[in-house]
Design a protein around this ligand. Structure first.
Ligand code: 0GY
Length: 304
């Protein structure tokens, strides 16, 4: 089936540079997606955008180019609760990819077990209104109770202004919780202000909460460096991400977010994104925790 991309859709950048930062051996790209290809894995009817194709082969070529060893493939909303493209990516990874699924409450136990076999280790609950329709919280809680029995965790995606309203639901979840992109702080607000302070408190008070310190390209107001200019990446995000890495070094993850859904304005060079890492994890020890120890503990505990 042929799909027409959402008007203005930015395709992923096909010529990423080699990062200057050398990733530690065994580094995990803990947040990335596959899109289709639409002809093989059609996009979901309820999707809010139609992306370009971004296949498993292209994802794994990027992994090798950047120097990552493994991936965590997160179900993208354009595939709804049809996890076939993500699961297919896992089953063709030689054990080097784990996955995060989207499921409805109608999901069967056999289906959950089959996904576990393929390498799925969690579900994603998305609260970003431009991406998904509302799912009642009691349904999500029911799903969380079922997947907890498999040892899976819940990945949550929300925007900073919505944390107060979601707090009680999040803190009642029975699993590890992984927050996408630091709960999307508004960088127009101060790092020591109320909003980011609440996110830090969320992590401080709840030791089961982890955070991805990813997506500077999505959060930055300053934007990327000028073409051909210095390789200093997304400077305004650095203090926010660094604070989370330094305060919670054992509960942070990092990912490219390739193929970067819904970006407006520019598409990042993934090599440059990797060069962002040493600005937020400034010692070899912090880098090893962020890129190897933490994701291995969460996604490949049997190998740790
Ligand atoms: C991200 C961010 C976005 C999209 C999705 O599944 C998705 O469609 O996650 C976004 O638009 O902010 O992490 O990929």
């Amino acid at each position: 089936m042929a799909f027409e991309k959402t008007p203005g859709w930015l395709d992923w950048y096909a010529g990423p540079t080699k990062p200057r930062f050398k990733l530690p051996a065994g580094a995990v790209d803990a947040h990335c997606h596959v899109f289709g290809p639409g002809a093989e894995f059609p996009f979901a009817a309820e999707r809010k955008y139609t992306p370009c194709d971004a296949s498993k082969r292209q994802l794994y070529a990027l992994r090798d180019h950047l120097g990552f060893a493994r991936n965590v493939v997160v179900q993208a909303t354009c595939h709804g609760a049809d996890n076939r493209a993500m699961v297919d990516a896992l089953t063709h990874s030689n054990g080097r990819a784990r996955g995060i699924a989207t499921v409805r409450k109608s999901v069967g136990d056999a289906e959950l077990l089959a996904m576990h076999e393929a390498g799925v280790r969690g579900v994603r609950f998305n609260f970003v209104k431009r991406l998904v329709d509302f799912t009642p919280k009691d349904e999500l809680m029911e799903i969380a109770g079922r997947i907890a029995k498999l040892g899976w965790h819940v990945v949550i995606y929300f925007e900073a202004v919505d944390l107060p309203e979601l707090w009680d639901f999040f803190t009642a979840l029975p699993t590890i919780i992984v927050v996408d992109h630091m709960g999307r702080p508004d960088l127009g607000k101060p790092i020591d202000g109320e909003e980011f302070g609440l996110f830090v408190k969320f992590m401080e008070q709840h030791p089961n909460v982890w955070s991805k310190v990813s997506c500077p390209e999505r959060l930055s107001i300053a934007g990327p460096p000028a073409l051909g200019g210095e390789r200093h990446p997304y400077r305004d995000v650095i203090p926010f991400a660094r604070r989370i890495v330094e305060t919670f070094p054992d509960r942070v993850l990092w990912g490219t977010d390739w193929p970067h859904p819904n970006l407006k304005g520019h598409m990042p060079d993934d090599g440059l994104l990797v060069d962002f890492i040493p600005h937020i994890a400034t010692t070899p020890e912090l880098q090893r925790k962020l890129l190897v120890d933490n994701p291995m503990r969460l996604y490949w505990p049997e190998e740790v």
